[in-house]
Ligand binder design. Structure first.
Ligand SMILES: Cc1cc2nc3c(=O)[nH]c(=O)nc-3n(C[C@H](O)[C@H](O)[C@H](O)COP(=O)(O)OP(=O)(O)OC[C@H]3O[C@@H](n4cnc5c(N)ncnc54)[C@H](O)[C@@H]3O)c2cc1C
Length: 440
């Protein structure tokens, strides 16, 4: 029984189904959300994870849904100038490309794929109420609660906690909640972003926190990119003020063309920004008799290393290998018995802490390269500064426009492109000096 049909839960379901060649087992997967969880989450998957997606039969359907093959990372220390390339192809013995895809597309496609497996039953809108315990605290199953409030007790050889970093299963198993919120990540989408390396994860340092730009969808007209902006745990601003904060603290530190695009995206954004907390959860014990933890439920780090999903996919791969080794087990005994679960934990405990140490080190290094600098050192580009002033002015104009009935709606469509040196001010129906004439 798998609790959580996010990326990790779906991968585990598929790995188990493929290991059960004789179709002798049943795999129940539940998730509290229909379609996919609403929150924005990881989208960039390293080659090791992409290989697991391919081995499990997800890669083709994901590509058909617009996923993009990605080639590695570039790191730019300052807005203008050279960048360092970290190509996946340089790593011997692995596939030369990873894959990136909009998170909701990823989960929807993975759910479609597992729903086609005869052994898998997927129930959306269901959640877990409690664990059913046996002798010696062994987990024997769970009480599940359905969309209409109905409760059902289900017994299973193994309960798999794939319910993410705030795992309820982990809590029901009695593990302390050691999560620390490190900060927040805001996500925006850009069409055909002006990045130097189109199919790479582009990291730009120098602003308050690292900025990451990578493609998440390919269609006939080009690529859609995700831009992630790292924010502190104590959000410096909320609501509409956050737009101003993003414009002032990030745009000047981006290469100018990219800065212009992002400033326009921030200024024109309607409604709250897509935000997700970034969390550090030191890897808890990942197995108990009758229970395993996978994916974020079994530990997570700041997304700077973009490795959370590869970890979850590795978990699925390892559980699938253990299930294959036990494929011939009698139906009177557990498919993944205690020895198989212990082997899973032994392997899992090798790669998860390593990834956490790397994420902590990268974050410290990037934060040092980033936060010690700021505007005072004057490393942001002049064009970047101009872009910020223009963007702030535009943003203020939009605010003024909403508040001022005198502004004609015609002026919106006539607003000049972001290339213009001065902002279009609907209040004065003409061009105004950035951040002054319109600052009401
Ligand atoms: C801003 C951000 C950016 C990131 N970027 C990257 C990246 O680029 N690359 C990368 O590899 N990783 C990235 N990560 C990490 C990545 O998102 C996670 O590692 C990954 O989503 C974990 O998958 P999961 O299936 O374990 O958990 P989740 O994705 O959290 O899925 C958990 C599922 O369980 C369901 N669920 C929760 N509680 C219950 C319950 N009680 N009952 C039933 N169902 C439940 C949820 O609806 C959800 O579908 C990022 C994370 C963040 C926050």
């Amino acid at each position: 029984m798998i609790i959580g049909a996010g990326m990790a839960g779906c991968a585990v379901a598929q790995a188990l189904a493929l290991a059960d060649k004789g179709r002798r087992r049943k795999i129940l997967v539940i998730d509290r959300h229909k379609g996919s969880a609403p929150r924005f989450a990881g989208e960039f998957i390293h080659p090791r994870g992409a290989q697991v997606l391919e081995d499990l039969g997800f890669y083709g359907p994901l590509k058909a849904a617009g996923a993009v093959d990605v080639d590695g990372f570039t790191v730019r220390e300052r807005a203008e100038g050279r960048y360092v390339e970290l190509p996946y192809a340089d790593v011997a013995g692995q596939r030369p490309q990873g894959i990136a895809v909009h998170h909701k597309t990823l989960v929807k496609v993975m759910r479609q794929v597992i729903s086609r497996r005869p052994q898998v039953e997927l129930h959306e809108g269901w959640t877990i109420k409690s664990l059913v315990r046996g002798f010696g605290e062994r987990v024997l199953g769970a009480v599940l609660s359905g969309p209409d409030g109905e409760e059902v007790e289900v017994r299973a050889d193994l309960v798999v906690a794939a319910d993410g970093k705030a795992s309820q299963v982990r809590r029901l198993a009695g593990l302390p909640d050691d999560r620390q919120t490190i900060g927040f990540t805001a996500g925006l989408e850009l069409r055909n972003a002006a990045v130097s390396a189109a199919t790479w994860g582009n990291i730009v340092l120098g602003a308050w926190g690292p900025v990451l730009v990578y493609p998440i969808h390919r269609d006939a007209e080009g690529l859609t990119y995700r831009v992630t902006l790292d924010l502190p745990a104590q959000l410096p601003a909320k609501g509409a003020k956050l737009a101003e904060f993003l414009l002032e603290t990030f745009i000047p530190y981006l290469p100018s063309a990219l800065g212009e695009q992002l400033a326009a995206a921030i200024s024109n954004h309607k409604g709250p920004f897509e935000m997700a907390p970034t969390v550090n959860l030191p890897a808890p014990r990942a197995s108990f008799p009758g229970l395993v933890l996978v994916g974020d439920a079994a530990g997570c780090s700041h997304p700077i290393t973009a490795s959370g999903m590869t970890m979850g996919l590795r978990d699925a791969e390892v559980l699938g290998e253990q299930a294959r080794l036990r494929a011939g087990a009698s139906l009177h005994e557990a498919w993944l018995d205690d020895a198989a679960v212990r082997r899973y934990r032994a392997i899992h405990d090798r790669y998860v802490p390593t990834r956490q140490a790397l994420a902590d080190a990268c974050m410290r290094c990037f934060a040092a390269a980033t936060r010690g600098r700021g505007r005072s050192s004057g490393r942001c580009s002049t064009t970047g500064r101009r872009a910020t002033s223009r963007a702030c002015a535009r943003w203020r104009c939009c605010r003024a426009r909403r508040a001022d009935r005198r502004c004609s709606s015609r002026s919106t469509s006539r607003r000049p492109a972001t290339r213009s040196r001065r902002a279009w001010c609907p209040a004065t129906r003409g061009r105004c000096r950035p951040a002054t004439a319109c600052a009401r």
